[in-house]
Design a protein around this ligand. Sequence first.
Ligand code: ATP
Ligand code: BTN
Length: 244
Amino acid sequence: SDKPLTVLSVVDSTNTYLKLKQSAHRNGAACLAEAQTAGRGRQGRKWQSPFGASLYLSMYWTFSGGYQAIGGLSLMIGVAVVEALNRLGVEGLQLKWPNDIYLDGKKLGGVLVEVEGQIHDQSHCIVGVGLNIRLPDLVREEIDQPYTDLAQHVTRLPDRNLLAAAVLDELQENLIRFEHEGLAAFLPRWEALNLFKARKIKMLCGSNHFEGVCLGVNKDGALLVRLPDGVKAFYGGEVSVRSA
Ligand code: ATP
Ligand code: BTN
């Protein structure tokens, strides 16, 4: 296609690269790197990004509408990544609200959606995906939660270029669909992949904790939790979920 795709050896972060590169501010423009020196997760957390061991990619997209138009965008991206992996024969994936990709109960990858600016009622978004293929031992010690990589689960690793192409394809296709139909088109699929479905969870919001049962998500992508005093909707932002 005519969408610019930039392939880099090393970059600070593919998200930052797209953010700063004006000429890539077109729907579907993408950046792919072999390594990141400052890969990011949510809230400034670090994303381990060693050379050649994973997939690090980002795509640019502008939506008309403000925040309400992009609620749940990271959930849809998770679905797109799972579909790309399914296409290549990797099964058993799950999604942890709001932005993690899980395999065998451990973190395999993550999604980072950043909104560049909301001008004239448009939302300029950079969606980033990190997916572990084969992490070197050195990096493993740096990750402070259960994680995994594809190498531990599949006997034949998919070719990294094919994997990148599949993810980019699914992203573009699903972004177009999201633009027209919103999150609703992806909700049944997301619910089927929900790691915490009907399980007891703990919500961490700053110094506040809530314990309840995970019911699913609403049409804005908020997580619905049954608390002792009723059902509460939690929005992305500063909230983290753990199993209780
Ligand atoms: P939340 O539930 O709030 O998303 P989180 O701990 O998953 O919590 P994120 O910001 O989504 O936080 O992801 C960053 C975290 O992911 C890091 O703090 C680290 O624990 C973990 N991490 C970092 N690099 C990797 C990697 N390559 N693979 C798996 N996990 C990683
Ligand atoms: C998370 O779990 O918090 C999300 C991790 C997202 C990592 C990807 S790797 C490509 C893109 N560039 C970044 O700096 N982060 C995302």
